[in-house]
Ligand binder design. Structure first.
Ligand code: BJW
Length: 252
């Protein structure tokens, strides 16, 4: 967002910094080696949503669902945060206004880069007990026989939001969208709701899409930059910080 776009004249102070909401999707982790969902080599080309990502699939064949998430959890240690994750962590650290990073991703790469994301679709490294409701950090494989550390029932499920389930943190996200002056969507195809509707909820704000290619809702954004996340995100963050804080220069 340029000072001109915010309403101030060239050369004048840009005014108070806008509150920011960033939404990320699988594209931000693609260059870290984690597959996206809907690209030609994406996860939904290998497995059917109906077999692994619905409550009905888990009720029908929990071992199949556990195997899918065990395999994805096991990929995490070898994946490293990339320049886009690091740039967003820097923005969170240095931004003088309110800032919320909302991610649809269930990986932990934002967290490992130093961000404090709201994981609206859950986390691979957490499980939840259907018997007692307790949540636990989890790095091992999960089996249908694994006992809950709190109540010992063999009723654990991945702490993931499947189709038909309510995403997490919706009240906090709604309030942040209402109060934001800048909404930025990074690496998401805009196919899955409610996240795909955030750009319309933030229509009062300056809205920016950073994605490899135009997303399903690209025309809804006021500003778009297309290219790999490791290039377009650091460049965007650099410009934003330089404009609003004078702190360009690529601090890590
Ligand atoms: C790059 C790049 C690079 C590549 N650099 N970019 C009919 C109409 C409207 C809605 C519905 C409907 N029928 C059902 C619904 C609701 C449903 C839904 O949206 N369905 C649609 C498919 C139509 N949604 C739900 O059920 C949600 N719950 C819900 O709606 O509750 C009710 C409610 C109502 C009102 C308010 C609030 C709630 C739950 C959705 C759960 C989604 N779960 C998944 C799987 C679980 C997690 C997991 O296993 O990992 O979450 S689906 C999957 O898609 C995953 C992702 O988080 C999500 C989004 O995918 P994402 O991140 O956009 O990935 P891709 O692959 O689609 O796109 C990647 C992008 O990156 C592409 O654009 C590439 O170009 C780009 N890219 N490389 C930059 N290097």
């Amino acid at each position: 967002m340029s000072a001109a776009a915010s309403g101030s004249s060239p050369g004048s102070p840009p005014g108070p910094p806008p509150n920011i909401v960033i939404l990320t999707g699988a594209g931000v982790s693609a260059e870290s080696g984690l597959s996206t969902f809907r690209d030609p080599d994406g996860i939904w080309q290998q497995v059917r949503i109906e077999d692994v990502a619905t409550p009905e699939a888990f009720a029908r064949d929990p071992a199949r669902v556990h195997a899918f998430y065990n395999a994805r959890r096991a990929q995490l240690p070898a994946a490293q945060p990339n320049a886009a994750h690091h740039a967003l962590a820097r923005l969170e650290r240095e931004w003088p206004g309110a800032f919320l990073l909302v991610t649809q991703n269930v990986d932990d790469l934002h967290d490992r880069a130093g961000s404090h994301p709201l994981h609206m679709h859950g986390e691979l490294r957490r499980v939840r007990c259907l018997a007692c409701g307790a949540r636990h950090g989890w790095d091992a494989d999960l089996l249908t026989t694994t006992p809950c550390p709190a109540c010992a029932a063999a009723s654990l499920r991945p702490d993931i939001v499947w189709f038909g389930e309510m995403p997490m943190g919706m009240d906090r996200i709604g309030a942040a969208l209402d109060g934001c002056g800048l909404f930025v969507s990074v690496g998401t195809s805009g196919n899955v709701y409610p996240a795909a509707g955030f750009v319309q909820e933030a229509a009062h704000a300056h809205t920016v899409e950073l994605n490899l290619e135009p997303s399903a809702g690209s025309s809804l954004f006021r500003e778009t930059h297309h290219g790999p996340a490791t290039q377009v995100v650091p460049a965007f963050v650099e410009r934003l910080l330089a404009e609003w804080t004078g702190a360009g220069g690529g601090g890590a």
